[in-house]
Design a protein around this ligand. Structure first.
Ligand SMILES: [Ca+2]
Length: 412
C-alpha cells in the first residue's frame, strides 16, 4: 500500500509541498479530529456541542459491514460501470482540481488525474447521516463492542511486542501506554480493520456528493473537501500514488485512522526509517497517536476522570451546560447539591466536566446514565474523536488490557 517515492521526484515534490502545507496549518482552519468517524470540526461559537454527547458511529474496527465495499458495490450496482461512477467527467470535480492545483502550486494535470480516477461510492453518503433522532444512546452497549475478550487479548500482545516503544512515547509525550493502546484498539483492533475504501474514492464522494439532507451538510462537505485537498498534498509530500491508500468510509487511514490533515500535522516517523507509514509501522502509529494527544492538550500525569456520586434528585443542569469541556473547579463541582467527588477528585487542581453517558431510555428497560468527572486529559481524548462515549471506551479498553497484561505477568 505504501511505496517510497523515487528520490529525485520526491525531493522536488517535498520542496513544493512544504510551502503549501505550512500555509494551511497556520491558518484559522477549524480544529479536526484524527479520525473523523462521527466528528465535527470544532467551530468558534459552539465547539463540538452537537456531537459531544452523541454516541458516535463506530470506528472502522467495529464496521465489519463496510469493510468490503467493492464487492457489495459491484453486486448491488452491477449495471453501473466504473466509467459511470468516475469523477473524470464531472465539471465540479475538475473545477475543484484546478482550484487545488492553483492554490497549492501543484501540477494541474496530476491533480485532475488523481481526482479523475476517483469513483463514486454509493454506500458512503448514507453512513454520514446521524442516527435517527429520539434513539437513546447506550454507553454499556457501546462499551461492550470494544471492551471484550478478543480485543483485550490482541491488545495484550500489541502492548507486549511494543512495550519499549510505548514506554518511549510515554517518556517523550507524557501519554501513558494504556491510552495509546486503547485508541489503536478501538480504532482498528490493532490493525485488523483499517478500512478497505480507497481514500480517494471516499473523500471524493464526500466532497462532491455529500448527502444534502445532513443537518450540517455544508460544513461537513467543506470539511471533507479540505481533507481531499490535504490528501493530495500528503501524496505529493510522500510520493504515494493517490489511487493506492485504503481507509475508512470517511478517509481515515492506518492503525490510528488518521485523516490526511492530521497525518500532515501530527504523524511522526517514530521508527526512524525516514518515512511515516501508519499502515505497517506500529512504532510510527504509537508515536503519532501520542504526539497527536500531546498537541491537543494532553498533560503528563493528569488522570482522565474521577468517579462522581450523585444523590437522588441532584440538580445537574448547570454542571451539564458546558458539555464535555472542563469548566468547573473541584470546589465549584462539589458545591452543587447532591454531587460528590471522591478524595482525589476533590483535590484535583484543574477544571472538570460532568460527563453524562446514557444507558438507553430508562422508561424503556434502559438504566440511569453513568456519570464521571472528566479532566482536561479526558477532553484531549475527545479531540481524537469528538465523543465522550468514544473517550470512555478508549480509557476502559486501555485499562482492561493493562489489567489483563498484569494478570498474565503474575500468573506466568
Ligand atoms: Ca517510519
Amino acid at each position: 500500500m505504501f511505496h517510497p517515492p523515487p528520490p529525485a521526484l520526491a525531493r522536488l515534490l517535498i520542496a513544493a509541498c512544504m510551502v503549501a502545507v505550512s500555509a494551511c496549518t497556520t491558518g484559522a482552519t477549524a480544529e479536526k479530529t484524527a479520525t473523523d468517524t462521527s466528528a465535527l470540526p470544532a467551530e468558534p461559537e459552539s465547539p463540538i456541542r452537537e456531537d459531544a454527547k452523541a454516541q458516535p458511529k463506530a470506528p472502522a474496527s467495529a464496521e465489519a459491514s463496510v469493510t468490503n465495499p467493492e464487492t457489495s458495490n459491484k453486486n448491488s450496482r452491477s449495471s453501473e460501470s466504473d466509467d459511470e461512477r468516475s469523477y473524470l467527467p464531472r465539471a465540479d470535480a475538475m473545477r475543484f482540481a484546478d482550484e487545488v492545483a492553483r492554490r497549492r502550486n501543484l501540477d494541474s494535470a496530476w491533480v485532475r488525474h488523481a481526482i479523475g480516477q476517483a469513483l463514486y461510492q454509493p454506500r458512503v453518503p448514507p453512513l454520514m447521516l446521524p442516527p435517527a433522532s429520539g434513539k437513546a444512546k447506550n454507553w454499556r452497549a457501546y462499551r461492550n463492542r470494544f471492551v471484550e475478550p478478543t480485543r483485550i487479548g490482541v491488545g495484550v500482545r500489541f502492548w507486549q511486542r511494543n512495550r519499549a516503544t510505548l514506554a518511549r512515547a510515554q517518556e517523550q509525550f507524557g501519554v501513558p501506554p494504556e491510552i495509546v493502546v486503547g485508541i489503536i484498539g478501538v480504532e482498528t483492533l490493532y490493525g485488523r480493520h483499517m478500512g478497505s475504501f480507497r481514500v480517494i474514492d471516499a473523500l471524493a464522494t464526500l466532497t462532491f456528493d455529500f448527502p444534502p439532507e445532513h443537518p450540517r451538510a455544508q460544513a461537513r462537505q467543506a470539511f471533507f473537501q479540505d481533507e481531499l485537498e490535504q490528501f493530495l498534498l500528503l501524496c505529493q509530500h510522500t510520493g504515494m500514488d493517490p489511487a493506492e491508500p485504503l481507509g475508512s468510509y470517511a478517509g481515515a487511514m492506518g492503525l490510528a485512522q488518521f485523516m490526511p490533515s492530521s497525518w500532515l500535522r501530527h504523524a511522526v516517523d517514530y521508527d526512524g526509517n525516514g518515512q511515516i507509514d501508519l499502515w505497517h509501522s506500529e512504532t510510527d502509529a504509537i508515536g503519532s497517536v501520542a504526539n497527536y494527544l500531546k498537541n491537543h492538550g494532553w498533560q503528563r500525569g493528569l488522570p482522565t476522570h474521577y468517579p462522581v456520586r450523585l444523590s437522588p434528585g441532584a440538580n445537574l443542569h448547570a454542571l451539564l451546560a458546558p458539555d464535555i469541556r472542563p469548566s468547573f473547579t473541584a470546589a465549584e463541582f462539589a458545591a452543587h447539591d447532591g454531587v460528590r467527588l471522591n478524595a482525589s477528585g476533590q483535590s484535583h487542581l484543574g477544571p472538570l466536566a460532568l460527563i453524562e453517558l446514557q444507558n438507553g431510555d430508562p422508561a424503556k428497560r434502559g438504566s440511569a446514565p453513568t456519570y464521571v468527572a472528566g479532566t482536561e486529559n479526558f477532553y484531549a481524548i475527545t479531540r481524537y474523536n469528538l465523543s465522550a462515549y468514544y473517550a470512555m471506551a478508549v480509557i476502559t479498553l486501555g485499562n482492561a488490557v493493562a489489567a489483563a497484561r498484569q494478570q498474565g505477568n503474575t500468573t506466568r
